[in-house]
Design a protein around this ligand. Structure first.
Ligand SMILES: [Mg+2]
Length: 209
């Protein structure tokens, strides 16, 4: 217990702003992909195309959220019978609501991150959620986490790209008015969240699985 407390103190030493990742950081996402398949078995080709499109969009850098999703749904439709419009309808009305529902019903919150969040609140630090997916507020609500406590709730696609886009991370810093030397990024993926922190020269805390 004392070790945990001193780890927390060390992580927050000199920090004024904490940028939390959402999926896999504020909740345990293990098994979620399999449960998504279980729920969406009737539209598996669409589910597979979403995953592939996300992988293929890794290095895309678009000027806006609109442009990002236009390219995303076009990528999802490539080589399939459905067009971008069907992909969009499915993503917005089936995929995301199913994900939010499953997170709320089946995914436990990650205590290490929640304790850190509580400590931030006690210390009066500025906090933000910076996710790689949309529905940030809906997911926080499903997890029983008060989204209003975060000064900023945003996803990388809203800024036109995916993590670890250096431009998006920089924009998050600007929106928060944060300085690199007093900012801590918290996430479960070194290559996404850690790389975002490094891109803006902020500190990083890995929430281990
Ligand atoms: Mg994550």
């Amino acid at each position: 217990m004392r070790d945990e407390k001193s780890e927390l103190n060390a992580a927050l030493h000199g920090v004024r702003t904490v940028v939390f990742d959402l999926d896999g950081t504020l909740y345990d996402k293990r098994g979620l992909a399999a449960r998504m398949v279980g729920r969406l078995w009737w539209c598996l080709p669409l589910l597979a195309s979403e995953r592939l499109a996300r992988r293929n969009m890794h290095y895309a850098d678009c000027a806006s959220e609109e442009e990002f999703f236009e390219l995303f749904f076009r990528t999802m439709s490539r080589g399939h019978l459905w067009g971008p419009r069907i992909a969009q309808q499915w993503y917005q009305h089936v995929y995301l609501p199913t994900m939010v529902n499953l997170i709320g019903k089946t995914c436990p919150r990650r205590e290490q991150a929640i304790e850190l969040l509580d400590e931030c609140r006690r210390r009066g630090l500025t906090t933000a959620v910076y996710s790689d997916y949309g529905c940030v507020e809906d997911k926080l609500q499903a997890l029983g986490i008060d989204w209003k406590q975060f000064a900023l709730r945003i996803s990388a696609p809203e800024l036109g790209a995916l993590k670890p886009s250096a431009r998006c991370a920089q924009q998050v810093m600007e929106l928060l008015g944060a300085k690199p030397e007093t900012t801590l990024f918290v996430g479960d993926r070194e290559e996404k969240d850690g790389a975002s922190a490094r891109a803006v020269k902020a500190r990083f805390l890995l929430i281990k699985n």
